[in-house]
Every structure is written in structure tokens, then in C-alpha cells.
Design a protein around this ligand. Structure first.
Ligand code: FAD
Length: 461
């Protein structure tokens, strides 16, 4: 049996369960995660010494959080876990990683990418004003540091996270000025039969809604943003509901339109991508076990497709079983089938959630020409539209070459989805037809000296 050197990127629910399945068969995976502690996004842990109990941090999910944390603690003697380690490149079966300011190479024979997701944001007037955060970012502040982003916070966007984070803020003592949902009440009603497949999930959602309402938080549906008020700092928000414009007083705004998978490493590893209509996103093509188009590279969890934490645990384990099978190790085929069946059932619930909280397809049309879309390169919606009008550009990489959109520090992680929406709308095509930005290393900012040294070492002498 040839030597197997498995590497897992991500120590969230998917990465931890993948590691557990590999370690159970005597493999010793390397686990890389840029976060200082294991748990991923949902089960993110505060720094050591912080005193908030798990019941306060994770609410109804505190037992699951504890189970994932304990699983990781128990694994430590059997794995090579490197927290605080950013993977910034994949090239030739080697990862370039940055830890404590030093870049090293980590070779692998098999790679499980469990890189999770981040918020999808679309711009609107004032979205760059200090005090505007992504929804996930506002939750990170609370979960990791016990901080609120403001004293009177408005929440806007759509998806289950909207109500959850608003509830968590209110429970933690912040004043929630309003929860403004872009989806309509009728959307959620239409999704009800599908959501009944997951009564526990539905009950939690209804509880958050009822709690917020009972505590006097204004809940509005079918909303579109007009503008953030304030220059130095958010002082309020105006929004439209039907034909009327309303104002809400707040000193911070948390907003996000569901999540988008973190797929840059899969792209650099050479995986083929396909358009995921449900997630409105390009994602690595994969089989039911998580095998990508590149032999030895697997994708699991939200980094493969948005499916939530429970599905991430199942998908991480399933990908590890595929890795074991492909490297001629013992693997449990009955368990593999069971995991796939459960993932399948989860997919049906996800479809219902998407129906309940649909993406606001008209948003891109309403973005004013002077609104910045790409904040790294300060490219406005008007610049993108002008490029389309002048050159008949119909593809994302062409638009990038013409305007520099997505060429800055975030490499399109933040603005790529918005730029694709603006391009699709401007040229009258669907977001699936305009393609995706090709990824370049580094996938996240690293010091220039790190890249220079790396290139020197790789150059033939
Ligand atoms: C900010 C945020 C908050 C969320 N909060 C909730 C919540 O409260 N409740 C809920 O039900 N769902 C929540 N979700 C969704 C939920 O987190 C996911 O469904 C679930 O965590 C997916 O698990 P995962 O293992 O696939 O990925 P994650 O839990 O996201 O873990 C991925 C890990 O990969 C690491 N990583 C990514 N890229 C790199 C890289 N290049 N180098 C090194 N490490 C890397 C990250 O640091 C992270 O720890 C949240 C999502 C986000 C983005």
C-alpha cells in the first residue's frame, strides 16, 4: 500500500468529522485552519479564558457544538492539527501555508477541502459606511469576542441566519432596531410543506420569530434597501416596502443575502466547476461522496454546497470514507450509503429553505451607477455597465480585465457574486451564463515578502 498523506483544510464540523473517520483507520491527517481554535463558523470558540457558557454561545445547538469540540480534543494525539494556519495556494499536490508569518509547503497525496462559506453581499448606497457589517461578521464579533457591532443594530437581508443572529444579539443585551427581510411572508408560507420535513428546524425558526415579536422588535418582509444614513458612522437606514419608504434609527447594520461557498482552493487544485442553481453560485463538481473531478481531491460541507452544519458533519465523514476507499483502506460501505441517504434528505430541506428565503433577483437592477461594487479597486456599478455597453463583454474574466473588478486584495471573494449579478443584468443573461472569476493565489492577503521568497525558492537555479 503506497504512503497516504491526507490533508484536511478546515476544522469546522465537516473537517472534524472527516479527520475522525480517517484517524479511526489509523491515518494521521494534517488539519489546517486559519482560525485559532476548532469549530468552524457555527461552532466558533472564543479565545481561551472567555467565560460565556456554551448554552449562551450556541443556544439550541450547544450540545452539537460541544460534541464537535470534544471530538476534536480527543483527536489531538492522532492528528497533526495546525490552527492559525492560512492555506494560500495549491500547486502540484502541495499547499502553501502561512503560520506565524512564515510560509511553508505542505505536501499531500489526498486533500479534503472543508473550507465552509461566507456571507453573500450585494452593494447598495452607503454599504461602505463604518458600522455596516456582514451578518456573519456581526455574529463572529458576538461569538468570538462577546462584542456587539453597535448599541442599536438593524438586521437586513434574508435566510435563517437573519433571525438567528438578531435573536442572539437581543438575548445578549443589544437593542435590535428592526429585522428587515427581503423575502416575502408569502415565500415562507409557500415553503411550509417542505419545511415540515424538518420539524425541529421549523420550530426553532418560529421560536426566534415569536421571541423577537414578543420583545417588540419590528419585523418587516418584502424589503429593499434605499440607503444607509450617516457619513462617519451609520446613523440610520432607509428602506422600501412596497411603494412606501421607511426609516429606521440605528448605529450599526448587519446584512447578508444567505451564504456562498469558499471555493478558491478547489479552483487552484484544478477542480472542474458547475453552476449550482439552488445556491446561485459556481461550485466544484462532485459525486455523492464528495469526490471532485481531480483524483485525490474531495470537497465537503458548505465549501462544496450550502447545506448547514448537520449536513457538513455527514459530508465530512462521507468524503473521508471515499478517501479511505480510494487509497485501499478499510471503509464502511453500509455507513457510506446511510450518510448519502441522510445528505439526500437534508438536500430536500435545503430546497425548501431556499424557497422560504429566495435571493432578491431584482436587487442588481436597482444598484445605482455610482455605487461601489468592488471596494478593493473602487469599481462602481456604472463602470461595469459602461464596459458592457462599450465592449459587449458578457463574461466575468473579460469584465475583470476591462475594469479591474475582483482584482484587488479580496480576489473577488466579496464582490464576485455582486459583479456577476450586475453583469448578468446588464447583458441580459443569467448569472450562470456569465461564468466565474478564475482564482489566483494568494487566496487571501499574505505579506509580499512571503510570495517573493516562495517564488525564489521554486525558481530553477
Ligand atoms: C460567519 C458565519 C456564521 C454562521 N453561523 C451559523 C449559526 O449560528 N448557525 C447555523 O446553523 N449556521 C451558521 N452558519 C452556517 C454554518 O456555519 C455552516 O453551515 C457550517 O459551519 C458548515 O460547516 P463546514 O465545516 O462546512 O465549514 P465551516 O464551519 O465554515 O468551517 C470551515 C473552516 O475552514 C477554515 N478555512 C477556510 N478557508 C481556509 C483557508 N484558506 N486556510 C485555512 N483555513 C481555512 C475556516 O477558518 C473555518 O474554520 C454560519 C456561517 C457563517 C459564514
Amino acid at each position: 500500500m503506497s504512503m497516504v498523506m491526507p490533508v484536511i483544510v478546515g476544522a469546522g464540523p465537516a473537517g472534524v468529522r472527516a479527520a475522525q473517520a480517517l484517524a479511526a483507520q489509523g491515518l494521521r491527517p494534517v488539519i489546517l485552519d486559519e482560525a485559532p481554535r476548532a469549530g468552524g463558523q457555527i461552532y466558533r470558540q472564543p479565545p481561551p479564558g472567555f467565560q460565556r457558557p456554551k448554552t449562551a454561545l450556541y443556544g439550541f445547538e450547544h450540545r452539537k457544538a460541544d460534541a464537535v469540540h470534544r471530538a476534536m480534543d480527543a483527536l489531538l494525539p492522532q492528528v497533526d492539527y495546525r490552527p492559525g494556519t492560512l492555506v494560500w495556494n495549491v500547486e502540484g499536490k502541495t499547499l502553501d501555508v502561512l503560520q506565524d508569518g512564515v510560509s511553508t509547503a505542505v505536501p499531500y497525496t489526498h486533500l479534503i477541502l472543508a473550507t465552509g462559506a461566507t456571507d453573500r453581499v450585494l452593494p447598495f448606497p452607503g454599504w461602505l459606511t463604518p458600522g455596516v457589517y456582514t451578518l456573519g461578521g456581526s455574529q463572529v464579533a458576538l461569538k468570538h469576542q462577546g462584542c456587539a457591532i453597535g448599541a442599536r443594530v438593524a438586521f437586513m437581508g434574508t435566510g435563517p441566519l437573519l433571525y438567528l443572529v438578531a435573536y442572539q444579539y437581543a438575548k445578549a443585551g443589544a437593542k435590535v432596531a428592526a429585522v428587515l427581510d427581503t423575502s416575502r411572508f408569502a415565500d415562507r408560507l409557500a415553503a411550509l410543506p417542505g419545511l415540515l420535513r424538518a420539524p425541529g428546524l421549523l420550530a426553532k425558526g418560529l421560536y426566534y420569530l415569536a421571541w423577537l415579536r414578543a420583545h417588540g422588535v419590528p419585523l418587516r418582509s418584502g424589503v429593499r434597501p434605499v440607503a444607509v444614513q450617516g457619513k462617519e458612522r451609520v446613523t440610520g437606514l432607509t428602506y422600501r416596502q412596497g411603494v412606501r419608504t421607511h426609516a429606521v434609527d440605528c448605529d450599526a447594520l448587519a446584512y447578508g443575502l444567505a451564504l456562498r461557498s469558499e471555493t478558491q482552493l478547489a479552483s487552484l487544485a484544478g477542480c472542474e466547476f458547475e453552476y449550482n442553481t439552488r445556491d446561485r453560485n459556481w461550485a466544484p463538481r462532485r459525486d455523492a461522496a464528495g469526490r471532485s473531478s481531480v483524483p485525490g481531491v474531495y470537497v465537503a460541507g458548505d465549501g462544496a454546497a450550502i447545506a448547514g452544519a448537520d449536513a457538513a458533519e455527514l459530508a465530512g465523514e462521507r468524503a473521508a470514507l471515499a478517501l479511505l476507499e480510494d487509497s485501499n483502506h478499510r471503509h464502511d460501505t453500509v455507513r457510506a450509503r446511510e450518510l448519502e441517504a441522510r445528505l439526500d434528505a437534508n438536500g430536500r430541506v435545503r430546497a425548501a429553505l431556499e424557497r422560504a428565503f429566495p435571493f432578491p433577483e431584482d436587487w442588481a437592477r436597482g444598484i445605482a451607477d455610482d455605487t461601489v461594487v468592488c471596494r478593493c479597486e473602487e469599481v462602481t456599478a456604472g463602470t461595469l455597465r459602461q464596459a458592457v455597453a462599450d465592449t459587449a463583454a458578457q463574461e466575468m474574466n473579460r469584465l475583470k480585465a476591462l475594469t479591474r473588478v475582483g482584482m484587488g486584495r479580496c480576489q473577488g471573494r466579496m464582490c464576485g457574486a455582486a459583479a456577476a449579478e450586475v453583469l448578468a443584468q446588464a447583458c441580459g443573461r443569467s448569472p450562470a451564463d456569465v461564468g466565474r472569476l478564475r482564482n489566483q493565489p494568494p487566496v487571501k492577503p499574505v505579506p509580499v515578502r512571503v510570495v517573493c521568497r516562495e517564488r525564489q525558492e521554486k525558481a530553477p537555479s
